[in-house]
Design a protein around this ligand. Structure first.
Ligand code: GLY
Ligand code: MN
Ligand code: MN
Length: 255
């Protein structure tokens, strides 16, 4: 699983570098899958989501047939299968190589929540995946309020902006397994994804400068007794690292 995540993480990094305005989403999909295959992956773990601009608001967008526009972000949820094991990684990056200030603000909010949640993926916290989901709603709610969203109080508040669960176990299958109980405390040795996201429709109750932005950050996390290990660590997620990858400054060729 480390090898699968590592191959996928490198493909994410190089695809950030390869991407540019006016490229087609399907070319990015093909490039990502080529990079994985060249490193020994037998097949993609799932049909990739390559969603530029407002397409990122469609959670299971797989048409991947639009042109990437200058100034937009690109959300890529893509990963390989390697020797029977799946991987599952999402990154969101700016097509031009630099986030706008509004994009960076929203990205920073999702990143802060995602990193907080990753830090809770150990047996010692006693959390279940269901508890982590509730905590993801709390963390995203606090972050979005901090950057100017006016969220009504109460359950279900975030459903429009964050309409999916925080994560799932991953292993031989992308979504494991039929025996998994979301309410049981996490166990050492499990690998789970942590994938909070925010998708802002152009509705008047949301700040206009965030309209039509969709951001998800998804890592694969190996649950330890006392601390988590992030298997997808080689896919950049800090703003400076993403911009560095996009601008070809990490010393990697895009091919
Ligand atoms: N790529 C599918 C998922 O994130 O669950
Ligand atoms: Mn996932
Ligand atoms: Mn995914």
């Amino acid at each position: 699983m480390r090898a699968a995540a590592d191959i996928s993480a490198r493909a994410h990094t190089k695809t950030m570098c390869f991407a540019q305005p006016d490229i087609s989403e399907h070319v990015l999909a093909a490039h990502f899958e080529y990079l994985c295959a060249r490193e020994g992956s037998q097949r993609p773990a799932y049909v990739p989501v390559i969603a530029s601009g407002a397409n990122a608001l469609i959670i299971h967008y797989t048409a991947n047939n639009q042109l990437v526009r200058d100034g937009e972000m690109v959300l890529i949820d893509a990963a390989c299968e390697y020797n029977g094991y799946a991987s599952d990684i999402t990154r969101t990056f700016p097509a031009s190589g630099s986030f706008t200030s509004a994009q960076a603000e929203l990205y920073g909010a999702v990143l802060a929540a995602q990193k907080h949640l990753v830090g809770l993926c150990s047996v010692s916290t006693g959390h279940s995946l269901a508890q982590l989901h509730r905590l993801s709603c709390d963390a995203l709610g606090a972050e979005l309020t901090r950057i100017g969203f006016e969220l009504p109080l109460g359950a279900g508040t975030l459903d429009t902006l964050y309409p999916h669960f925080v994560g799932h176990p991953v292993g031989i299958d992308l979504h494991e397994s039929s025996h998994f109980d979301r309410n049981e405390p996490l166990k050492a040795g499990m690998v789970i994804t942590i994938e909070p996201g925010v998708y802002v429709p152009p509705l008047p109750q949301f700040p206009k400068h965030f309209h039509n932005m969709g951001i998800r950050i998804e890592d694969e996390v190996l649950v330890g007794e006392d601390h988590p290990v992030v298997l997808s660590v080689n896919a950049p997620k800090e703003i400076a690292d993403i911009e560095g990858a996009c601008q070809g400054m990490l010393g990697l060729e895009p091919f």
